[in-house]
Structure formats: structure tokens, C-alpha cells
Design a binder for this molecule. Structure first.
Ligand code: SME
Length: 151
């Protein structure tokens, strides 16, 4: 199945799975699991804004670092810049934080709630160049759906 078809199949599932659950940790955990399993990524998870740092939230995949500073790494940079960052090759991103030496490309999508960033979705791949405009478009849609269902 094409990547686009997988995303199109996943978005209504994400809506059904998170609508009215009234449980942010649970909704984030199920969102990470759904995206991870549907797309077959290496690491899929959330870092949540807590003051001036990002703290590790629900995720799927290998163990990860607990805290990321504002403007640090790909996650902290996406938070600071307020936009999705697609990194084709992590070795070419100055300041990339290597939670796993196996990670070679990455996408980070901010999660907005009432125009404020409350966290980021971080996805890592073991291959260079995994993520493109298609991932950006559908993962941004996914984060809008999720955000509507966070309380
Ligand atoms: N690589 C990320 C850190 C998080 S781990 O990859 C899960 C970054 O540079 O922000």
C-alpha cells in the first residue's frame, strides 16, 4: 500500500480512537501506537511542553531521552520555530539529539492547542530520506484531529 493510502486509512481511525476519551495520556499513547503500527516507523512518540523544556511523553519504539530544551535538537527547534521540520539526514542537522544511533531521518510536527504549542510529535526512521511533503501534510492533519480531542 502507498504511504498516502495508509495515511488516508489511518486518519478516520485516529478520530474514532481519540474522540471523547477525556484522557490525554491515553489519547497520546493510542495515537502514537496507531501511527507507529500503521506506518511501520522506527520510533513514534510525543514530547510535551513543560515550562521551558520538552518532556518525554507516550511513545512506541526503543527507549528515548527524557528532556529536550527549547531550541535544542530537531524537537526543540520545531517547537521554537512553530513549524514542522523534515530532516532528510540527521547527520546534516546541527545539534540533532541522537537518542538512538540507528536513527537516520526524522520528522517533528508541533501539536497546537488554542494557537499554542503544547507538544510535538517526533518520528524517527532508520533510513535516510524517509519523510517528505506527504508525511508532513497527513501528520499535520493527524495532529489537528488529536488536538481537538485533547482536554
Ligand atoms: N532526535 C530528537 C530527539 C528525540 S529522539 O530521536 C526520540 C531531536 O533531535 O530532537
Amino acid at each position: 500500500m502507498e504511504k498516502k493510502e495508509k495515511y488516508l486509512m489511518m486518519l478516520p481511525q485516529l478520530k474514532a480512537l481519540t474522540e471523547g476519551v477525556n484522557n490525554n495520556t491515553g489519547a497520546l499513547a493510542n495515537a502514537a501506537a496507531l501511527i507507529h503500527e500503521t506506518m511501520g516507523f522506527f520510533w513514534t512518540g510525543f514530547y510535551i511542553v513543560d515550562g521551558n523544556i520538552l518532556k518525554l511523553g507516550p511513545f512506541q519504539g526503543p527507549v528515548a531521552c527524557y528532556e529536550i530544551g527549547y531550541g535544542k535538537g530537531v524537537c526543540g527547534s520545531a517547537w521554537k520555530e512553530g513549524r514542522t521540520l523534515v530532516v532528510k539526514d540527521v547527520e546534516e542537522f546541527p545539534g540533532h539529539i541522537a537518542c538512538s544511533s540507528l536513527s537516520r531521518s526524522e520528522i517533528v510536527v508541533p501539536v497546537f492547542k488554542e494557537n499554542k504549542i503544547i507538544g510535538v510529535l517526533d518520528i524517527d526512521s532508520k533510513e535516510v530520506g524517509t519523510f517528505d511533503e506527504t508525511d508532513k501534510e497527513y501528520l499535520e492533519s493527524a495532529m489537528r484531529i488529536l488536538s481537538e480531542n485533547l482536554v
